[in-house]
Design a protein around this ligand. Structure first.
Ligand SMILES: [Zn+2]
Length: 137
């Protein structure tokens, strides 16, 4: 399936040259999460300062790739319907993303997800999620 359902938010991120390293990492199937060295919190979306304490002392850590569904909906009026969801990353933040390779009926709040990457025509790879094979604990 093509994956051109780039949110406006993601387009803005992709256009930010200061975050080029974030997108380069996605080509190696790595999603980097900014972790604040001052207050210890991890945030999403990627930006160059901590939204909690405004520190710019960030460590970019590889995401575990584990998350669970917080809320999901199907954009059924799109030419190719797709699922948009808020997922709760294992590291804490909520992330607006897509869930691929499943039907809306397959999704339950709290279901475990695994990170995957969807190629974009821009050459970037979009971090998205799919249902994990393992059942929820
Ligand atoms: Zn902070």
């Amino acid at each position: 399936m093509s994956n051109e359902h780039f949110t406006l938010h993601t387009q803005a991120l992709a256009a930010n040259p200061d975050l080029a390293f974030f997108w380069e990492a996605t080509k190696k199937e790595v999603m980097l999460l900014p972790h604040c060295a001052d207050c210890g919190k991890t945030h999403w979306y990627p930006r160059l300062f901590c939204p909690f304490c405004f520190s710019s002392k960030l460590e970019w850590r590889e995401a575990s790739g584990k998350a669970k569904i917080y809320a999901a909906t199907m954009l059924s009026k799109a030419a190719e319907p797709y699922i948009v969801a808020y997922v709760e990353l294992a590291e804490g933040p909520l992330m607006l993303t897509n869930i691929v390779d499943c039907k809306l009926d397959d999704l339950q709040i709290g279901a475990p997800l695994t990170l995957t990457f969807s190629p974009m025509s821009s050459g970037h790879f979009l971090p998205v999620f799919r249902l994990s094979d393992t059942p929820a604990a």
